[in-house]
Ligand binder design. Structure first.
Ligand code: UGA
Length: 435
């Protein structure tokens, strides 16, 4: 298959490289000439484990190309994917579809012959209808089938998720697209990955409903963690106890500082807006959004309380800034709200993250950035583990203790066992665990 991928951001680049690895001929298109030039030089603009290798291998095999020139890429393609951004619209939380609409118009002007146009970007219910209408209005002769094929990639594990998906969802209204999409996903399909064909609106909603459900699951265990702290129960044991019930399942029950990232916050908000627009409110999701927002801020207050109620003039070391490990993504990261709360309360903040430092520097002024965990801890009154990078799982606790002015360790990801941290001389706080 000849595939054009419109948008070479996170989703477009990972999907494009993986499709090329399946043996398809892929052209990744982007308006950003600097990004395309960098990709052509083999430079990957994002941090994603394994992606540099996958891009390099497929580019050198001639199956993966990059261009700013949309028209020829679309004209030659059997399938055109739209993988442009859908950020939250300023002010109202709706998904901003202007890039999707612009891509649809550009595709309409360039298609030749029957072409399947697939939205991979996360888009609200009914966007496939918009794309179809824009293409028909822009070019009445265009012969296209518009499909919804949402992605379920986790940052940091995107290639694995792409190649070993729990399911592939394809929403279509034009039966001609069915065989084409089966062919696009042929290697996975042959590997027995469930290929779920639905209506287009259903596929669009599956994406939002899936992310909202996961966000609710995390928020639920976070509130149970709070209750555990009050009652002397242990949230990790509660999670295991409920997770062994197959109807609940063990994943996404890790209590922490609240979910962040480029997807859950944006998608839950967009789903809430859709519910309001259709007069079908999603009250559980609305509450999830509010509880999670409050939680991120509350984590800062938790640190202040652990330091005796005042942090003025005291130094807090933050380990981990990105919204989760194995990414350089800072979007909606809990660290932002925590650092803000600490600085507002008068603390000095010194932070370290293995990959997120340049994004963090651009986002947060007035923070001292350290070169490693031990440098961050030097002279600090409190150490807060915010993101569970692997390198923070095996810290030399005695060395950290020796570096710090006050031995206080707040573990917002429950990475350590109380005994080992206390044995190194720290006072230890974690999430939803007794003591
Ligand atoms: C999420 C979904 O997991 C993907 O399936 C989806 O495709 C993607 O959004 C998307 O819509 O594009 P991602 O945002 O990369 O992926 O990251 P997750 O691993 O889901 O983590 C999201 C947030 O939840 C992180 O802040 C993480 O720390 C938090 N989390 C996750 C918890 O606090 N506890 C958990 O048990 C799991």
């Amino acid at each position: 298959m000849r595939i054009a991928m419109i948008g070479s951001g996170y989703v477009g680049l990972v999907s494009g490289a993986c499709f090329a690895d399946f043996g398809h001929e892929v052209v990744c298109v982007d308006l950003d000439a600097g990004k395309i030039a960098a990709l052509e030089r083999g430079e990957i603009p994002i941090f994603e484990p394994g992606l540099d290798r996958l891009v390099a291998d497929n580019a050198s095999a001639g199956r993966l190309r990059f261009t700013t020139d949309l028209a020829p890429a679309v004209a030659q393609a059997d399938v055109v994917f739209i993988a442009v951004g859908t950020p939250s619209r300023r002010g109202d939380g709706h998904a901003d579809l202007s890039y999707v609409h612009a891509a649809a118009a550009a595709i309409a002007g360039a298609v030749e012959g029957f072409t399947v146009v697939v939205t991979k970007s996360t888009v609200p219910v009914g966007t496939g209808d918009d794309v179809e209408r824009i293409i028909a209005e822009t070019n009445p002769r265009a012969d296209v089938a518009v499909v919804s094929n949402p992605e379920f990639l986790r940052e940091g594990a995107a290639i694995e998720d792409f190649k070993r998906p729990d399911r592939i969802v394809v929403g279509l209204e034009d039966e001609r697209a069915r065989d084409v999409m089966t062919e696009v996903y042929r290697p996975l399909y042959l590997n027995q990955a469930p290929l779920l064909f639905t209506g287009r609106r259903t596929a669009e909603l599956i994406k939002y409903a899936g992310n909202a459900f996961l966000a609710m699951k995390i928020t639920f265990i976070n509130e149970i963690a709070d209750l555990c702290e009050k009652t002397g129960a242990n949230v990790q044991d509660v999670a295991r106890g409920i997770g062994l019930d197959k109807r609940i399942g063990p994943k996404f029950l890790n209590a922490g500082p609240g979910y962040g990232g480029s997807c859950f916050p944006k998608d839950t908000l967009a789903l809430v807006k859709t519910g309001q627009d259709y007069d079908s409110p999603l009250r559980l999701v609305e509450t999830t959004v509010a509880v999670n927002d409050q939680r991120k801020r509350a984590m800062g207050r938790r640190v202040v309380a652990a330091l005796g109620g005042s942090v003025r003039g005291r130094t807090v070391a933050i380990l981990g800034l990105t919204f989760k490990p194995n990414t350089d993504d800072m979007r909606e990261a809990p660290s932002i709200a925590i650092i803000q709360a600490l600085r507002d309360a008068g603390a000095r903040v010194r932070a370290y993250d293995p990959e997120g430092m340049s994004a963090a520097r651009a986002l947060m002024e007035g923070v001292d950035y350290a070169d490693n965990a031990y440098a961050a801890a030097e002279g600090a009154d409190c150490l807060v583990l915010v993101t569970e990078w692997n390198q923070f799982r095996s810290l030399d606790l005695k060395r950290l203790r020796a570096a710090m002015a006050t031995p206080l360790f707040i573990d917002l990801r429950n990475v350590y066992r109380r005994r080992e941290v206390e044995a190194a001389g720290f006072t230890y706080h974690s999430i939803g665990r007794p003591g």
